[in-house]
Design a protein around this ligand. Structure first.
Ligand SMILES: C[S@@+](CC[C@H](N)C(=O)[O-])C[C@H]1O[C@@H](n2cnc3c(N)ncnc32)[C@H](O)[C@@H]1O
Length: 214
């Protein structure tokens, strides 16, 4: 019923979360999405931006994906349905309410090939010894990527967790916020990583793709 009504007007349910303030589950034109106060989190523009990023990597080589920032899990839907990716995904999410929303509202829950870890992504990447073929960095609090995720320490860990020929996709907030200093810092990894910068994707965020050399 809510789906049908949503073709006439948006229907919104507000939920108070632990880390993300009040988020909204909105049905619009028969589609359900997750929004924070000022940004789409899942199943709308965010999903399109990450899908664009995924076209820049060769998923045939990928056996294990680390997703930092589960949200409603829309990139998992993209990977499974649009790219037919059937292998392992490990998702890290700091907000327990968001993990519940992903399960109850979007049917994204742990399974054989889907691990969900309730943790701070910064601490996780600094402490795990696991390696991944693709790391998707999609960490926002509302419309802001927390400063820690632009730090050299964080990116040093990301590069260390990547297998040879592995890749990362960084959803890097609004183009204007991706500073010259940050791009210069990333270039310090250029002996190991080839970096490609895609500005203003669908007139919203910037996508940075890194590929680890063999
Ligand atoms: C834009 S949403 C992720 C959307 C998701 N990737 C998708 O495809 O639908 C950003 C998420 O990052 C999470 N996040 C922010 N800071 C975090 C941190 N330090 N550790 C883990 N998750 C964090 C937020 O709680 C939020 O759920």
């Amino acid at each position: 019923m809510r789906k049908i009504l949503s073709y006439f007007y948006p229907i919104t349910q507000k939920i108070e979360t632990v880390q993300n303030g009040i988020v909204e589950i909105t049905y619009y034109n028969g589609k359900k999405m997750l929004n924070s106060a000022h940004a789409n989190y899942s199943y709308d523009s965010l999903q399109r931006i990450l899908k664009y990023g995924l076209t820049k990597v060769d998923l045939k080589q990928v056996n294990a994906i680390l997703l930092l920032g589960l949200g409603g899990g829309s990139v998992i839907q993209t990977l499974r349905k649009d790219f037919n990716y059937t292998k392992n995904i490990t998702a890290i999410e700091i907000d327990s309410t968001i993990i519940s929303i992903a399960a109850t509202e979007f049917q994204v829950f742990p399974s054989d090939k889907m691990e969900i870890i309730h943790a701070d992504a910064f601490q996780y990447v600094n402490s795990t010894s696991r390696k991944f073929d693709l790391i998707i960095v999609d960490l926002f609090i509302d419309d802001t990527v927390p400063d820690a995720f632009y730090s050299r320490q964080f990116w040093f860990s990301i590069v260390s967790l990547m297998n040879i020929n592995g890749a990362f996709i960084f959803n890097a907030a609004l183009a204007t916020k991706v500073s010259k200093e940050f791009l210069e810092m990333l270039q310090t990894f250029s002996t190991e990583i080839t970096i490609s910068f895609f500005d203003n994707v669908y007139e919203t965020n910037s996508i940075i793709v890194g590929q680890k050399r063999s």
